[in-house]
Design a protein around this ligand. Sequence first.
Ligand SMILES: Cc1ncc(COP(=O)(O)O)c(C=O)c1O
Length: 357
Amino acid sequence: MINVTKTYLPNKEKYKKYIDEIYENGWLTNNGPLVQRLEKRLAEYLGVKNIVLVSNGTVALEIAYRTLDLEGFVITTPFSFVATTSSLVTNDLLPIFADIDENTLNLNPKNIEKSITPNTSAILPVHVFGNACEVEEIKQIANKYNLKVIYDAAHAFDVKYKNQSVLNYGDISTLSFHATKLFHSIEGGALIINDDKLVEKARYLINFGIKNQEEIPHLGTNAKMNEFEAAMGLCVLDDIEEIKQKRKVVLAFYRQELKGLVKFQEQNENATENYSYFPIVFKSEEQLLVVQKALNNVQIFPRRYFYPSLDTLSYIEPKQVMPISRDISKRILCLPIYAELEPNMQDKIIEIVKKAL
Ligand SMILES: Cc1ncc(COP(=O)(O)O)c(C=O)c1O
C-alpha cells in the first residue's frame, strides 16, 4: 500500500544511543537535555533567534494566541488543515475567513483589508504546502491596522524568503513536527518568536503557566515535548539534507511528467521550496474522482488535502462562504511524495494519472 507520505525512520542504532542516554540520566520530560539540544540545533539550522519546542503543531498555535493575548476576531485562510481554524475556536477566537489566491493557494492579501473590523486582533495566514505567503504585503497591512501576525508554518520547515528564514516573518510562526511532516519528532511542534521578551511567557505557558515554586503568573497548559520525541528529532535532523534532496528529485519528475495535464501550485518566486507536498489541481471534481479511484484500485492512496474548505465547518458562526477555497478544495489532490518513493512506483503513479485523464 502506498500512502500520500511515509514517515522517515532514521537509523535505529543511532536512535537507540539516545534512548540509552535517556535511561542513564533518568530525565524523560520537562525541558530535558535532548529537548534543549534539539532547540539549539534547530535554531542554528533554521536561522532563527528564539525557538520553543512543544508537543504538537496544534498546541503551538494555541500557545501563540495566548502569548500574544489575542482577542476577538482573527483573519485567516479557509484553505488549510482543520487545526488552523479549530485552534482559534477552542481559544474563544472567531475565525474570519479571507479567500485564497487560486494560483498560490495562500491567503490573498488583497482580501484581508476588507475583512478588518475594530474587533480584529490578528491575521493568521498559512504557508500552504510550504509555499511562502506574500509576507511583505501582509506585514504592511498588519502595521497599518496594528494587528498581530501569526504564521501557521506547519508545512514551511526550512523555507527561505529572500535568503532568510520565512519563519522570521510575523510575530510568531508555528511549526508541526508530526510524523508525516518533512522534519519530524514523532509528534511535536515549535514556536518561533521574534520578540525576545515574549519567549519567557511562552515557556511558562507550555508548563501550566508556572514561573517558579511560588509564582504562577499565567493561565497555562501542558504542551511540553518529551525526550524520546527530541531524540527522534535529533536523528531526523542529521538526515534532513538527504531527505530534501531525494524529495526534490521526486517532485521534479512529477512536474516534468504531468506538466500541461493538471495545474500546479504557483510558487513564490522570492522563496525556496522544501519539497514537502505535491498538490495537483484538476479541471473538475469529476476528473479528480476518476484519478483517485484508478489509484485506489491498485492500493495507492493520494490525499484530498485540504478538503473540505474550512468555511464549511458546521461549528463556525456566522456562516461565511469562500468561493475560491471551496472550488479548489474540491479539485485538489496531493500525490505520494517521500524520500523513499521508488522510481518504478512513481512511474506507475504517473502512468495511472495520465491514463485516467
Ligand atoms: C497547516 C497545518 N496546521 C496545523 C497542523 C497541526 O499540527 P499537528 O498535527 O502537529 O498538531 C497541521 C498538521 O498536519 C497542518 O498541516
